[in-house]
Ligand binder design. Structure first.
Ligand code: NI
Length: 176
């Protein structure tokens, strides 16, 4: 069976709340910027402009996408914490990876952004008590109410998912 290059670590699977899993997921989000930085170490511009699979985003786009996505994630948690089940703002991630900033800004800018953003984000997430993980946001496109617990697991997965796109590409291409 051919491996699905789109899901190198599998799809996100929902899990019931546990303290251990919470700590693990917060640690995943905390480590994400380091993981991304390590994943692209020593890659040259041509390698950064390589799609991780045929028809997929380039390494360069994947990194800017992580910054775009996690900025939105931060806003979603922040809004969900300070408001009652707020309706969040969906965006088209395929449109977002094609804007001028993504095209022209070097990836290290988004990695620096991720380090700063995740420091703020982790501080916020770490302050939540067990009840807070039941707080919700409403996604108007999917018409689904998501709990913070769901979002935490999803974004922990999301960082590892895209980092694995890069590391699995490196392995397949034999890039040292
Ligand atoms: Ni993504």
């Amino acid at each position: 069976m051919q491996e699905d290059l789109r899901y190198p670590i599998g799809e996100y699977i929902q899990q019931p709340y546990s303290e251990n899993l919470k700590n693990e997921w917060i640690a995943d989000i905390s480590f994400c910027p380091n993981g991304v930085e390590a994943a692209i170490q020593n890659l040259d511009e041509e390698q950064l402009q390589t799609p991780y699979r045929a028809g997929g985003w380039t390494v360069h786009q994947l990194i800017h996408h992580l910054a775009d996505s996690h900025m939105n994630a931060y806003f979603r948690f922040k809004a969900g914490y300070t408001e009652d089940n707020p309706t969040i703002k969906p965006y088209d991630e395929n449109d977002w990876v094609r804007t001028a900033d993504v095209q022209h800004v070097p990836v290290n800018i988004s990695i620096t952004l991720l380090f700063a953003l995740h420091s703020r984000w982790i501080e916020l997430l770490s302050s939540f008590n067990e009840d807070d993980w039941n707080k919700t946001i409403y996604h108007p496109e999917h018409k689904i109410t998501f709990t913070f617990w769901h979002l935490l697991g999803m974004y922990a997965w999301h960082g590892r998912h895209h980092t694995a796109h890069i590391t699995s590409l490196r392995t397949r291409m034999g890039w040292e």
